[in-house]
Ligand binder design. Sequence first.
Ligand code: ADP
Ligand code: MG
Length: 259
Amino acid sequence: MTAAVDVRDVEHVYGTGRGAVTALGPISLTVEAGSFLVLVGASGCGKSTLLRLIAGFERPTAGTVRIGGREPVPGRGAAVVFQQPRLFPWKTVGGNVDLALRYARVPRPERARRIPELLERVGLHDVAERRTWQISGGQQQRVAIARALAGEEGLLLLDEPFAALDALTRERLQEDLRHVIATSGRTCVFVTHSVDEAVFLGSRVVVLTRRPGRIALDLDVGLPRTGVEPDRLRALPEYAALRATVGQAVRSAAEDISD
Ligand code: ADP
Ligand code: MG
């Protein structure tokens, strides 16, 4: 498979002079097309910085980032989902998805057909006409995912999208996202500080060290991507073993104060 994302010798520094903060790197990472990469690490280790560099919201202080061989441009090449859904409150649920389809230059008749289809895909039924503040936080985040799926972008970047949700809702969204991505052929880079979420979602898990974030562990998960019920997946012995390995790496990365 070809690499969807290529991060090479990247370092990122915020500010200058005595106030400068080295947030990330040096780090090199290639993400194969169709893979679900989860970045996990302690708060402040540079996960969001790396995602923002891939999205093209920032340019690296050193090194290069490429998406499909090109320099990233915000709003092109990758769709981004944040911790807060960031929906437009003056639009209906369907209107929010419609906006994304319009941005992707989908003609009107096709948009009318695709709005309910996209909402169904993320598990939402009969909410297209509602206002965004008339649905729950979990449903709002589902709309944000539907919106990210509306475009042609092969790459989805998600920055702790489920962190603000209650445990049960979070599990449901994890299950649905895992399924949606596995059946969509898209590439995903997902940021979390939850070990459990990382192992459940990722086809590959990368643990970052403390700031400045570098790679502490890079692990192929190897659990089945489709055809296994989420509860059965979570009950597999391999699942427990992976959780232990990743958990251990996250803990020792957080304790490492060698520099
Ligand atoms: P994470 O997402 O892993 O919690 P971030 O990438 O947000 O970490 O931040 C990494 C480090 O960079 C932190 O120490 C943070 O305080 C610092 N940082 C992030 N954004 C900025 C900014 N715009 N200006 C200065 N420092 C920043
Ligand atoms: Mg962050």
